[in-house]
Design a protein around this ligand. Structure first.
Ligand code: HEC
Length: 91
């Protein structure tokens, strides 16, 4: 029993817990427009889908007025971190 718990803890990246409490760099800027800012809410969504949408903005596959420029301010790793954090937020 304890063995299983320890294995589970070991398999969970420590940083994913940090995200739940501390937003990764850039994540708080999103709410300036999304959710409270009046744009479509982006919290509580599937993290993979959020990442895919952001990368589609980056590549231009998804037309955008400003998200295409905004996403280029982040590395793919940062986009993943922001998506994971946002997916855990409830608003
Ligand atoms: C300055 C305002 C602004 C900020 C800041 C902003 N967005 Fe956006 N977002 C938009 C607009 C406007 C759109 C619609 C697409 C477009 O025209 O660029 C959009 C669209 C999106 C969409 C697609 C939503 C859908 O389902 O149609 C996602 C996902 C998204 N933004 C994520 C983010 C994330 C993550 C951040 C923070 C890193 C962020 N946005 C910051 C304005 C903003």
């Amino acid at each position: 029993m304890w063995r299983a718990v320890i294995l589970l803890l070991a398999a969970t990246p420590v940083s994913s817990h940090a995200w739940a409490a501390d937003p990764p760099p850039g994540a708080v800027t999103c709410s300036g427009c999304h959710g409270e800012g009046g744009m479509v809410a982006i919290t509580g969504r599937n993290a993979e889908e959020l990442t895919a949408t952001m990368e589609a903005f980056r590549s231009g596959a998804r037309p955008a007025t400003l998200m295409n420029r905004l996403v280029r301010g982040f590395t793919p790793d940062e986009v993943r971190a922001i998506s994971a954090w946002l997916s855990e937020q409830r608003s």
